[in-house]
Design a protein around this ligand. Structure first.
Ligand SMILES: [Zn+2]
Length: 293
């Protein structure tokens, strides 16, 4: 009798146990929740308030990584400055790079802005190409598919649930993106300047031209020489829009706006980075609403 009870208990635990998933950034956490539903417990490592390149490796993150059955990262070098030492210290075989629970979203994305020469001599923080592919809503479905297939392997008891949730999400997302694309149409051909090369995937998708960045190079603070050159170019090209993320200093953008008559549009870099963007849909809609009215 005891033996039977034990087996029943064991089976129940297996069926009801949740998969602990750690995601590096909020948008990845949202994708995991949408595909995983009740079968996953999601924890997000980086706050959307800060620069995604430079996350403070707090001790609490270590606990989250130690308990994780699966780790979902953006990849393409975005976590290179903060995550590797944490993974090492967490010493959790389930989530080490190359292990079953390790999921790198960049693997299903065609990266753009790949450097032609491999060198970090100029302080480039995008050595593998541009890692900010989450700004294009068309990149969400491939990542959701990757996450769902990984969950099916880690938690085969619920494989059919993950598959049906994924199909439902894909249908929903395709409808959403179709209406989003229509909202972005009036912006085609627009010329902008951005602080960091954050929005390149989004801009390329919707035919908006990035004419320059306030940073001379990714990760390098603005210099007066570069800023004056940018102002001259913006006047010549009649550029009236500066895209600013929520976490960099805004002094330089204000100075440039003052000299050129351009206006500053703050676009979130991730879900929840500015108020009212706490879902994937609201995050993208804020782009159309702020930029393309
Ligand atoms: Zn960057």
């Amino acid at each position: 009798m005891k033996k039977i009870l034990f087996i029943v208990l064991l089976l129940t635990t297996a069926v009801f146990a949740k998969v602990n998933v750690a995601a590096t950034y909020p948008y990845l956490g949202e994708i995991v929740k949408r595909v995983g539903g009740d079968h996953v417990r999601v924890t997000v490592l980086a706050s959307p308030k800060y620069d995604p390149h430079f996350v403070v490796p707090k001790p609490s993150l270590l606990g989250k990584l130690s308990r994780a059955d699966m780790l979902v990262i953006n990849g393409a070098g975005l976590e290179i400055g903060w995550l590797p030492p944490l993974i090492k210290s967490a010493n959790n075989g389930k989530i080490n790079p190359g292990s079953r629970g390790f999921t790198d979203a960049s693997q299903v994305i065609d990266l753009i802005n790949k450097p032609t020469a491999v060198s970090r001599a100029y302080g480039d923080i995008h050595p593998q190409g541009n890692p900010h592919f989450n700004t294009d809503p068309h990149n969400i479905v491939p990542i959701a598919m990757l996450v769902a297939h990984k969950l099916e392997k880690i938690d085969p008891a619920h494989a059919s649930d993950y598959e049906s949730r994924l199909q439902h999400f894909i249908d929903h997302w395709n409808t959403f993106v179709q209406s989003f694309d229509a909202k972005m149409k009036p912006c085609r051909g627009m010329k902008v300047v951005q602080y960091h090369q954050l929005y390149n995937y989004f801009l390329a998708r919707y035919g908006i031209v990035s004419m320059g960045t306030i940073e001379p190079l990714p990760g390098i603070s603005p210099s007066s020489k570069h800023t004056l050159k940018l102002i001259g170019m913006m006047r010549r090209e009649d550029i009236k829009t500066i895209l600013q993320d929520p976490y960099h200093e805004k002094k330089t953008a204000r100075f440039i706006a003052d000299k050129t008559g351009a206006h500053i549009v703050v676009l979130p870099h991730d879900v929840g980075a500015v108020p009212g963007t706490d879902t994937l849909e609201k995050f993208y809609l804020s782009y159309a609403e702020r930029l393309c009215r």
